[in-house]
Write a protein that binds this ligand. Structure first.
Ligand SMILES: NC(=O)c1ccc[n+]([C@@H]2O[C@H](COP(=O)([O-])OP(=O)(O)OC[C@H]3O[C@@H](n4cnc5c(N)ncnc54)[C@H](O)[C@@H]3O)[C@@H](O)[C@H]2O)c1
Ligand SMILES: [Zn+2]
Length: 367
């Protein structure tokens, strides 16, 4: 199997860059089909309309119905085909990114992704996560190509809720550790190959950027101001984590996240929040050095990522429920098998409980 790195054709990031959307569209389409939520439309309409005027571009807005489901994708393919548009533009959070990528694939159109939060590493990947209309995970849709352009306006993101930026940091926190596990176990990445030294360096840079800029980015987001630290975290959450996970692969942290989705109490948590706890559990499974574990858990505590089961909404720990999480995490179609260790649900269950205790221990040390 070859070493393969995937990436969007172009990644554009900057303050106020939304006002240049139509300039960046010039080479790929003249009539954008803009998929956006009702509230998102209110946030982005003005700069986009200004840019459309400047570049003589006809805009068509379509309101996203809320879930990246087969029904929603089919509905959008029909609307797109009737619209006379020639490029899909998805503006919003991870669910809109995934829907826009799937729509573009079925409609055989180019696609531009415009995140308005840096809450996941979904924008850059050649992957859509498909759900039922009710929001239950259905399957992964692997796409033949990454988006043509990912365009990120850091001013828009700095005025979004800080918790979503922190959640993005949780998703990005897993990237290096899961990449390292895949490298050690010789597991394939998402694009049918193995890591390259570039993708591994990107994964490491992702982690180093979180440590260097995470706290400053959090306070910037709380103050709704755009600083260099916040811009670096936006790039880490969106680009470094996106290339890192897709081109290196994922392992225990995301498998444990997927297990937690079966526990109703955790539904109040965002994707990256659960992934952060999964990362700590992965380190427990690996028996990582005390220095490394402390560095990661202190980062979580500094920025407010979950370190205990209580933080995930589980107030009463029931061993049979944690065992259910562990069993799901170890299912053959998930990525626990990418760990360089032989793991059983019993071992994973114990590691989750141990992570929770360590979370309490490190929290108590701060009092
Ligand atoms: N395809 C991939 O590679 C990949 C990777 C990671 C996650 N995912 C998927 O991403 C999805 C989760 O994404 P998410 O956490 O972004 O959820 P989401 O798309 O539901 O967005 C979260 C919330 O943020 C709101 N929002 C967006 N921009 C905002 C702004 N500027 N200000 C205020 N609110 C704003 C949205 O309206 C929504 O309520 C899941 O479906 C997950 O499976 C996909
Ligand atoms: Zn993730």
């Amino acid at each position: 199997m070859a070493n393969i790195i995937g990436s969007p054709e172009r990644y554009v990031q900057g303050r106020g860059i939304l006002g240049e959307l139509c300039k960046h569209l010039q080479n790929i389409g003249k009539a954008p089909f803009i998929l956006v939520s009702e509230s998102g439309k209110g946030r982005v309409k003005e700069p986009i309309e200004k840019s459309a005027k400047e570049y003589n571009t006809k805009l068509s807005f379509e309101i996203f119905q809320g879930e990246c489901s087969r029904n929603e994708i089919d509905r959008l393919v029909n609307v797109y085909k009737e619209s006379g548009c020639d490029v899909v533009v998805g503006i919003g959070g991870g669910k809109i990114h995934d829907t826009a990528k799937a729509l573009a694939y079925y409609a055989e159109a180019p696609v531009v992704i415009v995140p308005t939060i840096a809450g996941t590493d979904a924008p850059c990947s050649a992957l859509s996560v498909i759900y039922t209309d009710d929001g239950a995970f259905e399957d992964y849709l692997f796409l033949p190509k990454n988006p043509n352009i990912v365009l990120v306006d850091t001013e828009v993101i700095s005025s979004a809720p800080a918790r979503l930026l922190v959640s993005g940091m949780g998703d990005a926190l897993a990237t290096y550790f899961e990449a390292r596990a895949c490298m050690q176990s010789n597991s394939p990445n998402f694009i049918g190959g193995y890591y390259t030294i570039t993708s591994m360096a990107i994964a490491r840079l992702c982690y180093d950027t979180l440590l260097a800029n995470g706290i400053q980015a959090l306070v910037s987001a709380q103050a709704k101001v755009c600083t260099k630290a916040l811009e670096n975290i936006v790039e880490a959450n969106t680009y470094l984590s996106g290339i890192g996970f897709e081109s290196c692969g994922i392992a225990a942290a995301h498998a444990i996240h997927n297990g937690f989705t079966a526990i109703h109490e955790t539904h109040q948590c965002y994707h990256g929040e659960k992934v952060a706890f999964g990362t700590l559990t992965q380190l427990v499974l690996e028996n990582a050095s005390p220095e490394e574990f402390e560095e990661v858990i202190n980062f979580c505590l500094d920025v407010g990522l979950p370190t205990t089961l209580e933080d995930l909404g589980i107030h009463e720990i029931k061993i049979d429920e944690i065992m259910k999480v562990a069993e799901l995490a170890c299912s053959p179609n998930d990525t626990m098998g990418n760990m360089p260790l032989t793991l059983t649900p019993e071992i994973v269950c114990d590691a989750i409980i141990a992570t929770d205790r360590l979370g309490h221990y490190f929290k108590a040390k701060r009092l």
